[in-house]
Design a protein around this ligand. Sequence first.
Ligand code: NAP
Ligand code: F7E
Length: 344
Amino acid sequence: MKKAFITGITGQDGHYLSKLLLEKDYEVHGTIRRSSSINTGRIDPLISKYQNTKQLNLYYSDLLDSSSLNMLINKIQPDETYNLAAQSHVAVSFKNPIFTTQTGTLGPLSLLEAVRNSDKEIKYYQASSSEMYGGQMKGKLNEESLLNPKSPYAAAKVFAHHMTSIYRDSYSLFCSNGILFNHESPHRGETFVTRKITRAASRIKLGLQNKLTLGNLEASRDWGFAGDYVEAMWMMLQHDTPDDWVIATGETYTVRQFLEATFKKLDLNWEEYVQTSDKYLRPNEVEHLLGDPTKAKEELGWEPKTSFDSLVEMMVESDLNLAKREKVLVAEGLLEPTWENPTS
Ligand code: NAP
Ligand code: F7E
C-alpha cells in the first residue's frame, strides 16, 4: 500500500485528492489546522467511511511550523507528498501579505527540506498556479510562458515554483509543479467568485436572498472541475520523470458569462439581482487567463472531462439542495435569515 502525505487536506482539492487516493488504496496522511470552528467539513464523509481502518490519518500541523513537518515526514515516510496548503485567496493576499507570503514560501521550502533530508525517496507535488502569469498575455499560456505575478499570493507561488525546480535540478529529487488554472466544484470556498455566484443565485431562487454584490465582471478565467484536476496531480507523480505541466481546459469565460449561465439555469434574469461594488475590486487585477494543456495531454494522457456548462450545472444543483435545507431551518426558526451571502 502506497503512502501519501497531503498538506491542506481540508481544502477543496484536499477533499478530491484524498478521495481519489483512498479509492486507489493509498494510505493517506493529511494535515489539519487547529481552528475555533471545526474545519474538516469537506472530508467528514471520508473520515466516517475510513474510521475503522488505518487508511486515513490526520495530524495537527501548519506550514509555518517546520518542526511538525519534519517530524511527520520522518514518522510517516510517505511515497508521495502533495503540498496543497496555502492562503489561496488572491484578494485576501493583499490584506494579509505577510501571512500569505510566509505560508506560500517558507512552507513549501520547509517541506522540500524535510523531503531532501529524508533517507527515503519521496516524490513531491507543488500546487503552482496560473496566477503566476499575471494575465498580461492574450494567447494561450503554457509551461514556457513568462511569469509576471501581480499579487502577494502570486509572488509567493512563483518562489515556491522556482524552489521546486531548483530542488529537482540540484538534488535529483522527484519534484514536480502542477501549474493549475482555476478549478471549481460544489466544494469550492464560498468567497471565490464561481461559488459565490452559484450559492447566491440558488438562495435568491428560494427567496433567502435578494441581491448579490460582485467586483469586476469583465475578468475572464479558464475554469475547470477540481475533480478532473486532482487526477492530473496524481498522474504527474506517476510519470517517469519529474517536470512542470499546465493543467487547464483551453477555454475562457468572463465572470459575466458565468453569472448569465448560472442564473439562466434557475430561470432568473441576473441583471435584476446583481450589483457591483469597489469593495470587491483588487489593487492589481489579473484580467485574462487562458491555458494550453497540450503538454499534459501528450505526456500524461490527461484531458479535462467536464465542460463549462456541466460545471455550472453541478454547482447550481448542489447549492440549490443546500438552499432548500437552509430554507427548512429558517422556516422552523432554527436559523436566522440572512439577506446576502453569509460569507460574501
Ligand atoms: P483551499 O480550498 O483554500 O484550501 C487551502 C488549504 O490550505 C486548506 O486546507 C487550509 O486549511 C490550508 N492552509 C491554509 N494556510 C495554511 C497553513 N499556514 N498551514 C497549513 N495549512 C494551511 O484551496 P484549494 O482550492 O483546495 O487549492 C489547493 C492548492 O492549490 C492551494 O495551494 C492553492 O493556492 C492552489 N491552487 C488552487 C487553484 C484553484 O483554482 N483552486 C488553482 C491553482 C492553484 P483550512 O481549511 O484550515 O483553512
Ligand atoms: O476570482 C473576479 C476577480 O477569487 C476570479 C484561486 O483559487 O484561482 C483562484 O484565484 C475573478 C477575479 O479566483 C468578485 O476579480 C469579481 O478576476 O474566484 P476568484 P482567482 O483570483 O482567479 C487561482 C488560479 C488560484 O491559484 C487561487 O488560489 O473574479 N471577481 N467579483 C470576484 N472575485 C471574488 N472572489 N469575489 C467577487 O465578488
